[in-house]
Design a binder for this molecule. Sequence first.
Ligand SMILES: *Cc1c(COP(=O)(O)O)cnc(C)c1O
Length: 392
Amino acid sequence: MAISSFHPPRRTLMGPGPSDVHPRILEALGRPTLGHLDPLFIGMMDETKTLLKYAFQTSNELTLPISAPGSAGMEACFVNLVEPGDKVLVCVNGVFGNRMIENVTRCGATAVRVDFPWGAAVEPAAVEEALKANSDVKILAFVHAETSTGALSDAQALCALAKKYNALSIVDAVTSMGGVPLLVDKWQADAVYSGSQKCLSCTPGLSPVTFSDAAVAVIKARKHPVQSWFLDMNLILGYWGEGGKRAYHHTAPVNALYGLHESLVMLQDEGLDNAWQRHAAMHGALAAGLEALGISFVVKAEQRLPQLNSVYIPEGVDDAATRQYLLANYDLEIGAGLGDLAGKVWRIGLMGYSARMENISLLLKALAEAMNAQGYTCDAASALAAAEATLA
Ligand SMILES: *Cc1c(COP(=O)(O)O)cnc(C)c1O
């Protein structure tokens, strides 16, 4: 039997990522493939770097997309900055902080972990205590927007602490870029990585990164070569660096980069301030609608990520049955809880192109129907009215 072409259904993606990809971006992906050293393609790479500097709010020269998903951007930051024997302070308030520890250990370095409850932000005072107690810390690493719980940490305060204690900062901004303010230069963040498939609404598989001059100096002064050949920034620069001469390092994912370029043009045209405001407004509408359905949030209001809403599953409602109902009847995806929160919460994403009223209306209607079918009582129409009232 011959296998035929794959034609996925059109789902509405309201989980922790990937988010809905805008039709303009899908269209860009199908444009003619150029050689990865074609002068026209190189011109597009330069534009992509310029657009990324805008998205990161930085003038860092070393700003580019790694040809792999967010996890590779994370690894690029750690393997380039961390050497065997170094000490790295890692803040852990969810899944992604734990992955940072894994990266530190695999670099042959020592991770000092500071834990915070899942669903809460990183507490700067506790981080300062740990920095005082460990004067030889080279790097402070933390997650700006914890997608596993929906908590937003104060990146500005944490980067300032790193500077105060003579450490570099590594910031996970995978979910924050485009969704909430991310001001790399103003905050003096040193190494920051993001992802294409969250609030940029591009396809998965690319990871924008940026390194400050201080971080570049540390990379240049390394005693040991970077143990990853593919992610060694010194080598990647031979292809992505400034100036006319570009040498082959790896074949760039040419069409995927068209998609990223298109998503960044869209972000530039909307304007960062407007994108942040849109995410905040849509979050307000969703929150009012969910509360009208009797659903409450995991994270306290002032620490909530607008683009990732962790909410408790009401008593008597089944997690998997509900998500299955949404997928089967509405082609609608929401996320499950992770770790200790598995089975207890849903994670509802409002990222990028997913952050619009049509999606919120669909979700409130579908979720109310799914829960009413399980004997829970709630009213979709009043939830929708509550959501719309926030925008009036
Ligand atoms: C999604 C995500 C990642 C990993 O990105 P991938 O593209 O899945 O590798 C890392 N950190 C955070 C906070 C994320 O939300």
